[in-house]
Design a protein around this ligand. Sequence first.
Ligand SMILES: NC(=O)c1ccc[n+]([C@@H]2O[C@H](COP(=O)([O-])OP(=O)(O)OC[C@H]3O[C@@H](n4cnc5c(N)ncnc54)[C@H](OP(=O)(O)O)[C@@H]3O)[C@@H](O)[C@H]2O)c1
Length: 245
Amino acid sequence: MYADLAGKRALVTGGTRGIGRAVALGLARAGTHVVVSHQRESEAAESLRRELKETGGNHLVMTADATDQAALAALLDATGKHLGGLDIVVNNVGTINHVPYHELSVADWNWVLATNLTATHLVTQGALPLLGDRGSVVNVGSGAGVVGVPLRAHYTAAKTGLIGLTRSLAKELGAKGIRVNLVTPGVTETDHAAGMPDHVRAMYTNRIPLGRLGDPAEVANVVLFLASDVSSYVNGANFTVDGGI
Ligand SMILES: NC(=O)c1ccc[n+]([C@@H]2O[C@H](COP(=O)([O-])OP(=O)(O)OC[C@H]3O[C@@H](n4cnc5c(N)ncnc54)[C@H](OP(=O)(O)O)[C@@H]3O)[C@@H](O)[C@H]2O)c1
């Protein structure tokens, strides 16, 4: 889709399923060499390895628990050894659960903040020596972080935090030639959506002007645009991909 992505090197966190998988495959099919992290070995990880292999690049799929600082350091170390540097970082990893605020435990708060927000900070900071003086960092937020959603105070706080992190880093790292942007998906057809009760799906589709949930590839397309030099003057932006909800 974007010719300059060929031969570039990318790290995609949480890339074995959903949006991250679509990003990893989109980049690889554009000729980018990709390192993908995930949480545990699974058929999804195996099938991704097979699909990436078909693209012919120099790819690596490895486990790295986003809540474990040492595992993220090992991921960056392995990325450096495998690719020799980075041009693109996609901080996609995220997790969610739904809990009434008065029951929200510190453990759930820490888990969701660590996965969605702290991991983005640690991966971006750790990737700086690999990025050098040029690159694109794309963070994946959520519409929840813009509007707020009940039963998801921790998730919303983490995703709103990504807006601030993105804006600050765009200003601080822009001077180094590194662009930092945010993609904000709406409700997207992933494993999570597959388990959605019919009445909840209907509630969303009724509220989304385009009348359907998003496809992971439709989010990935915007991530690829931001990863590519085609968006060379886009920095600190937040691209909403939500069908207009
Ligand atoms: N889906 C939506 O409707 C939606 C809407 C708005 C925003 N988003 C955001 O988009 C991003 C992707 O969401 P998704 O729905 O596509 O995700 P998903 O289908 O649930 O896939 C999650 C991915 O992240 C990995 N992962 C989860 N926890 C991890 C951890 N602790 N350490 C390492 N890897 C971990 C999973 O690996 P394993 O397979 O090994 O578990 C998998 O590759 C997230 O940041 C999410 O908040 C999603």
